[in-house]
Design a protein around this ligand. Sequence first.
Ligand code: ADP
Ligand code: MG
Ligand code: ZN
Length: 514
Amino acid sequence: MSSLTRVHSGALHGVDALSIEIEVNEGDGDPSIVIVGLPDVAVKESRDRVWTAIGNAAYRKPKGRTTINLAPADVRKEGPSFDLPIAVGIIALSEDLKDGALEQCSIVGELALDGRVRPVKGILSLTLEAKAAGYKAILVPAENAREASLVAGIYVYAIPDLQAAIHLLKGEGNIAPEKIDRKDFFKQQSRYDIDFSDVKGQIHVKRALEVAVAGGHNALMIGPPGTGKSMLAKRLATIMPPMTENEAIETTKIHSVAGLIDSRHSFIATRPFRSPHHTISDAGLLGGTSHPSPGEVSLAQNGILFLDELPEFRRSTLEVLRQPLEDGQVTISRAAGTFTFPCEFMMIAAMNPCPCGYLGDPKKQCRCSSGQIEKYRQRISGPLLDRIDLHVEVPTVDYKQLSSTDDSGDSSATIRSRVEKCRHIQQQRFAGHSAVTTNSVMPSKLVREYCQLEPESHALLEQAMNELNFSARAHDRILKVSRTLADLEAVEQIQPQHLLEAIQYRSLDRNLWA
Ligand SMILES: Nc1ncnc2c1ncn2[C@@H]1O[C@H](COP(=O)(O)OP(=O)(O)O)[C@@H](O)[C@H]1O
Ligand SMILES: [Mg+2]
Ligand SMILES: [Zn+2]
């Protein structure tokens, strides 16, 4: 005697998924289950859960030697998401399912011993793959159903337990496919409950951050504690252009693979804000550990990576950030294979002006020696500073007094509309250069083309370079920021006032503190 069933499923590979076919073959021999196809420990453990769940759900267990083959063999399969399709494949040996039911759907889910279906990681990627592979439907754990239903063009069925899956595949039961008004849902999810106008005063800092966002420039805020640096950083997303649906899917995929999506927050339609502590490991920052999982740089995809207390980060940590910042992606090589995760984010950093924090504070006395201050600042010079276009001084303000006079500045919506106009100009400018999207990433060739100066401005910049003792790297950055300032006013020619403002944003390059 021998009979065979085939069930379709998927396996995560980096942030994406691959189709997996599960063959269940019941042959002669003593009752047993053998799983082949390079499964990892988790897949072997799945054998026990599947066996118990089938028994508890009162289905017939195979009487002979049962071989389960997961193909293709060379794809490393991780996690418990094969429980449900394996169990379905075994039960299909003895139960009559609807004709074609197994061919038309993909099935994923972990089983509890009592037959309940538990949620799995990466459901968005698994559903996208099932759709791309041409399946009509996907059976997913009930808790993952909302996330899965964001994929258009495939029926998503929320499966609470093993019996429900079998009923559905027999054409019985009453599970209807998930329905979601994608547009409406997206709109609801893309609202922020914080606003730039929550921050009082700091008009110059807000201006600088608007410029940073408008041109895609990374920025560093320098100021004493309690002046609103963290508040502003958290609100940066609210002045960025809203996420597009594609960006939201990209970001959600990464968070889903990291296991950070639950049934309530099933979709990330607001730009992520990640603020790793300065003690973070390289693996935590870039991704890694035994199962490749995305790091903070990838969790910040399409959003903000905030490095608070920048000088406290280990130099080697800042060093490893350089490549991902440049490439917009990070590649992790492990025994399990090589994985590439995207990491396109805006980097915003903050630091105190000196180790004690109070240099320049009108009320508190700074206790640091000039040697200590220099050493502190030197920790960030070099690798990372090279990637930061704007340095912004954040002064102490009496915000209690300010809030009484309601010095709130523009709302996020107002600032965002200016940013969007400015981004639009850049999109048109760089339409022929696929790798360039904003002024900040112009290569020097494009800087020479699009940041030409009139003689007066040229003389001004030269003078500033000499008198303020600017480092050579500051030159191009000043031009790029000037370009953004001109774009914010929608003027073609960079004017002297644009240059002057851009020069202000290079305080760490002026060797003032040496
Ligand atoms: N400009 C400001 N407007 C409104 N509240 C402020 C401002 N600056 C500081 N605060 C208040 O002080 C707290 C600390 O601010 P925070 O942004 O954490 O400062 P920093 O990161 O510069 O140390 C905030 O939670 C807020 O209540
Ligand atoms: Mg802070
Ligand atoms: Zn100090």
